[in-house]
Design a protein around this ligand. Structure first.
Ligand SMILES: CC1=C(CCC(=O)O)c2cc3nc(cc4[nH]c(cc5[nH]c(cc1n2)c(C)c5CCC(=O)O)c(CCC(=O)O)c4C)C(CCC(=O)O)=C3C
Ligand SMILES: [Fe+2]
Length: 386
């Protein structure tokens, strides 16, 4: 499904992003940055992986393989440091705008766990908490699973009725996310073109936009139906396809360059279908089809965490080298100033100003009705073992 940038899809002009629901705009007294968590030393690796895969049916061989990725980095995932940096950057931006709301931090799979941060916020006298999750797209792992985590944690801590949590919407279609990625794509294309001209190669470049694979059955279950119809694929893939299409037409140097959405970090059992193609398979096929270089844009993620640095900087890079392709791995948004200030704009949609108005609003750059990505179609039956 390789293609050059198409014309923007014809969408009704009133197609809009999700906005805060009735009662979700309030005067919050705390923000919770909610993330995945990661190990901080060799002794943490196995307990962390057990947390991640609890009840998921991930085979032991896969866990051992994933453990080596962390082991090679002293058992440390970069994700926690990246979240501390993001919190510091958000705090600076809030202070600059004279918004006096403290930021707490909690994770699904490692210390500080949600239960501890919920208790800490409660002890700090907070009731209305705005929750920012470090996932741009809507999917089970990146949205619904967090909501389930929060519900369970409220019960476990006995804080139901004490803490009112509102989760900030997804933001893959916002300028906050697309603007830094435009910059990265543009820089990646220049780098590969420079590498190729140094080699005296006149071959073509391909852009591979990469995101996390998920089980195909989970992807198929996500709604709403109108997105599936419009894009002719599942809603998880469609979100990524829309951003890839947008970036390719937003960046002048990308004109006439081929591109494709590909996947990484497949796990589960080999018999269960996950979204494809895998980035390494695609790099091999691209080499066979005569491409001379690839620009790899990990636009499915918000920081250069372990899955990015292992699967791309180690594996995909090696595949490209074996195939003799020029290779550039673009960064993720991380603490890019436009990402940070854009996130504060998006949070501002939920926070009331002095006259009850929203403090700020995010800017939707990618057309599409992204308002109810997980509700319309529903998640159907529980996702056990998917
Ligand atoms: C969609 C998606 C995102 C992107 C959205 C988002 O960013 O939220 C994401 C992010 C991440 N995934 C991460 C790590 C892992 N994910 C695993 C397993 C899985 N991920 C899945 C999906 C996703 N994962 C799924 C469907 C599984 C199968 C088991 C299950 O259904 O849950 C496993 C188990 C071993 C393995 O099988 O790989 C690990 C260690 C880290 C931390 C990296 C670090 O430590 O720096 C991050 C940010
Ligand atoms: Fe994952």
């Amino acid at each position: 499904m390789s293609s050059t940038a198409p014309a923007a899809k014809a969408l009704p002009a009133d197609y809009v992003a999700q906005t805060p629901a009735e009662g979700e705009r309030r005067s919050y007294t705390a923000i919770l940055l909610a993330s995945f968590g990661g190990p901080e030393g060799q002794d943490d690796v196995i307990p962390f992986l057990r947390n991640v895969t609890r009840g998921k049916g991930i085979p032991d061989e896969r866990l051992e393989e994933v453990a080596t990725h962390y082991r090679a980095n002293d058992g440390i995932s970069p994700i926690n440091e990246q979240n501390r940096d993001l919190i510091a950057a958000l705090e600076t931006e809030l202070a600059k705008r004279e918004i006096d709301i403290p930021i707490y931090w909690g994770n699904r799979n490692w210390d500080p766990y949600f239960a501890d941060s919920f208790k800490k916020m409660h002890q700090g006298g907070h009731r209305d908490v705005l929750v920012l999750v470090t996932s741009a797209y809507a999917g089970y792992s990146s949205n619904d699973q967090y909501l389930e985590d929060f519900e369970r944690t409220l019960d476990e801590t006995g804080l139901r009725g004490e803490l009112n949590l509102v989760k900030v919407r997804q933001f893959f279609y916002d300028k906050a996310f697309t603007k830094p990625n435009e910059e990265f794509l543009s820089a990646g294309l220049s780098d590969v073109s420079k590498q190729l001209s140094e080699k005296g190669s006149e071959g073509k470049t391909k852009v591979l936009f990469v995101t996390h694979s998920i089980p195909s059955a989970v992807a198929e279950r996500q709604g709403p139906a109108r997105i599936k119809e419009l894009f002719g694929t599942d809603v998880y893939t469609a979100q990524h396809q829309a951003i890839a299409d947008y970036l390719m037409q937003a960046v002048p140097e990308a004109k006439d360059v081929d591109y494709q959405v590909v996947f990484q970090s497949r796990s589960g059992s080999p018999e269960t279908p996950w979204l494809e193609p895998d980035i390494n398979d695609q790099i091999e096929e691209d080499a066979q089809n005569g491409y001379a270089g690839v620009v790899v844009v990990p636009f499915g993620f918000v920081s250069d965490h372990m899955e990015v640095i292992w699967d791309l900087d180690t594996e995909a890079k090696e595949t490209a080298e074996e195939q003799g392709l020029a290779f550039h791995r673009a960064p993720t948004v991380g603490v890019h100033p436009e990402f940070v200030s854009g996130l504060v704009d998006i949070m501002g949609e939920y926070i009331t100003g002095a006259e009850g108005q929203p403090l700020a609003t995010g800017e939707q750059t990618v057309p599409g009705d992204w308002s109810d990505l997980t509700t319309d179609g529903g998640w159907g039956t529980p996702l056990q073992g998917s």
